[in-house]
Design a protein around this ligand. Structure first.
Ligand code: PMP
Length: 419
């Protein structure tokens, strides 16, 4: 074909593009910054390889057994025997992949069962499974609000929410993080008759703080806006049924769309949106990130459905996760670390460092001591902060949490973060 011939003719070596026309030149600053950092002898926080994963809380990294405190495995479902068995069975019976879109050949019995499990878990009429949580936000946000309509989002929203806005045609308005007053003010400036979607998150993932949902919901309703809440980091352990912060705070009847992911408490990969809106199913025809991509492999939807059903009865695990969060927060605070929140608000505890150098030194000292945490930096973090994000798991034993605290004490003292 013509395309094949063109490809064949591409030179093996880059041509002589003038430096100012090299499309990579815009990344020169970042490349130089990274090279300078690595030249100082530190390990690259963004190039970690897990050589072996022994459990939700233990891995081997460069030959060293390491406690995992930087995963999204909040409920520790990744090695649950029922979950693993369901995945193996589906792999045997339905093969490795669907090779097609949900709207063509890519809807199997397993996808329907997974949506049934979600409907039951959330007590909603509708559930729609996407291939990732990122695509769920991309699809829902870009499709729900169109030309002449408005999306009003928290300034600290996740990248997938921002990207959903960028992909659609609605006007985008940001309000100050978690500020009910600013949300009210900005909604008040918009045309009354226009359609509006307020996008919130139950837990904000960088610092681990929760949104004041009842107040936000009241303001959004006052201005006639619909509400989408991303519960990625709240599913599994907030609320009596583990639905999320919106359940815990008693605003279930007021949220129009809940978006979530299988990549955190559920322990696999995939995304979803649940809703009671009577017209919700039309989304399956008009939502491009749902239509124009392959559906999840049968093994993945089988593990997700099994995990979701088990999460409905995970009260003990939930209680232990909260115990872990309170102990780690209290212990780190007592040692003198600066934390992202005054109180433990979720399973995420952020340790704020002075600058990039201190953050990387602390991160490396922890890793060498046998503890993995997430390194986070701008633009992912708010207000230019460098932080180490600790995320707890229901499978961390109380002894492991004590071990983790001692590792922080040793690294913090060695690096000079605490006295
Ligand atoms: N929303 C939020 C708030 C997230 O933190 C993430 C992932 N970190 C996503 C959505 C995307 O989820 P997924 O990993 O399933 O793409």
């Amino acid at each position: 074909t013509e395309a094949a011939q063109t490809a064949h003719q591409l030179p093996n070596e880059p041509g002589d593009v003038a430096p100012e026309r090299d499309l990579f030149s815009k990344f020169d600053g970042l490349i130089a910054e990274r090279e300078a950092l690595l030249a100082s002898g530190v390990r690259d926080p963004f190039a970690i390889v897990m050589d072996e994963v022994k459990s939700p809380t233990l891995a081997v990294i460069k030959g060293k057994e390491t406690i995992l405190l930087g995963t999204y495995n909040y409920m520790g479902m990744t090695f649950d025997p029922d979950v693993v068995a369901a995945g193996k069975k589906a792999l045997d019976e339905f093969g490795s992949g669907t090779t097609g879109s949900r709207v063509l050949n890519g809807t199997y019995q397993g996808h329907k069962e997974c949506e049934d499990a979600l409907r039951e878990f959330y007590g909603t009429k509708h559930a729609m499974v996407f291939s990732t949580g990122y695509q769920a936000n991309l699809g829902m946000i870009s499709t729900l609000a169109g030309k002449g309509e408005y999306i009003i989002l928290d300034a600290d929203s996740h990248a997938s929410i921002y990207d959903g806005c960028a992909m659609g045609n609605a006007e985008v308005v940001r309000f100050r993080h978690n500020s009910v007053e600013d949300l009210d003010k900005r909604l008040g400036r918009l045309p009354k008759e226009a359609g509006k979607l307020v996008v919130l998150e139950g837990v904000y993932s960088m610092v681990g703080d929760v949104a004041p949902l009842p107040e936000m919901v009241a303001v959004a309703k006052k201005h006639g806006a619909m509400i989408l809440c991303d519960e990625a980091h709240g599913m599994g352990f907030f609320g009596p049924n583990g639905r999320g912060v919106y359940e815990e705070m008693g605003v279930e009847d007021d949220i129009d769309f809940v978006v979530g992911t299988f990549s955190k408490s559920v322990g696999t990969v995939g995304g979803f949106c649940v809703s009671n809106h009577p017209k919700f199913d039309v989304m399956r025809l008009v939502c491009r990130p749902y239509v124009f991509t392959a559906s999840l492999p049968p093994s993945v939807v089988a593990t997700a459905a099994t995990s979701i059903r088990k999460l409905m009865h995970a009260g003990d695990k939930r209680a232990h996760l909260w115990e872990n969060s309170r102990r780690l927060h209290g212990g780190l605070r007592e040692m003198g670390f600066t934390l992202g929140t005054e109180t433990p608000q979720s399973a995420i505890i952020a340790v704020i460092l002075k600058d990039q150098t201190q953050a990387v030194m602390m991160w490396q000292a922890l890793l060498e001591g046998g503890l993995y945490v997430n390194m986070a930096r701008p633009p992912a973090t708010p207000a230019g902060t460098y932080l180490l994000r600790c995320s707890l798991c229901a499978e961390h034993s109380s002894e492991q949490v004590e071990q983790i605290l001692e590792m922080f004490r040793a690294a913090g003292t060695a690096v000079g973060v605490i006295g």
